[in-house]
Design a protein around this ligand. Structure first.
Ligand SMILES: C[S@@+](CC[C@H](N)C(=O)[O-])C[C@H]1O[C@@H](n2cnc3c(N)ncnc32)[C@H](O)[C@@H]1O
Length: 210
């Protein structure tokens, strides 16, 4: 990765990645963890549900969800214009929204919010997670998110310097506390793909119960 002196905004950074086709490598790199997350979403589900991918990149997870029978509606949201343009090129049937997550006001609530490798770009991740809880999720809705950059994952600890992008280096306990404080219940987490110094993708699943 290129070393930069000034920290770049993540949305601009990933907009550049979309321009040069690095979104495809990211899709491949995240595929196994995301498949685990989708399996957790589908576990014990028998009713149809609506789905939003927060920080959807080129929309690959939204397209994947379209193939799942129980998923009645699937949409994606990302701040990078080029990512959303690409998503719309691949898939003209789904809704893709281009906005900063913190500014976005949904026109309906969702049963499932999914997010892969997005929340640590926030200086105060509790703000976006609270917003999701209060205004994006239906009653009994679930949040499933994954992060690779966290304190216990030593292999990814240097990413902010390598990428020149701000990343919030929180521990597993820090993430857990945020989710509890926001009000989520039935919280579970896993570390997916653990290998040597790689502590795995930290995946959380949590439910809104009122
Ligand atoms: C590491 S990429 C992951 C993309 C996708 N989830 C995937 O797994 O391929 C992070 C994405 O989050 C988006 N993002 C980061 N901060 C954002 C913010 N504040 N508002 C909207 N999108 C944001 C970036 O534009 C980028 O597409």
């Amino acid at each position: 990765m290129t070393k930069r002196t000034k920290l770049m905004n993540p949305v601009d950074f990933f907009g550049e990645w979309a321009e040069i086709g690095k979104d495809i490598g990211m899709e491949k790199g995240h595929a196994k963890s995301v498949q685990f997350m989708i399996d957790k979403i589908l576990e014990n589900k028998s009713n149809s549900f609506t789905f939003l991918d927060a920080g959807c990149g080129n929309g690959w997870v939204v397209r994947k969800m379209n193939d799942i029978e129980l998923c009645s509606y699937s949409a994606g949201l990302d701040g990078a214009k080029k990512m959303i343009e690409k998503a719309k090129t691949f898939d003209s049937d789904s809704d893709y929204f281009c906005s900063d997550l913190l500014d976005w006001i949904p026109n309906k609530k969702y049963d499932v919010i999914h997010s892969m490798e997005v929340f640590y770009y926030f200086v105060n991740p509790e703000k976006i997670i609270q917003k999701i809880y209060d205004t994006w999720l239906n009653k009994s809705g679930i949040l499933v998110f994954g992060v690779d950059h966290y304190k216990e994952n030593k292999s990814a600890i240097n990413w902010p310097h390598e990428c020149g992008v701000f990343m919030n280096t929180l521990s597993i306990d820090d993430w857990n506390k945020i989710i509890i404080d926001v009000g989520f219940k039935n919280i579970t987490f896993w570390q997916i793909g653990k290998k040597n110094d790689w502590a795995g993708t930290l995946v959380f699943k949590a439910e809104k119960q009122h």
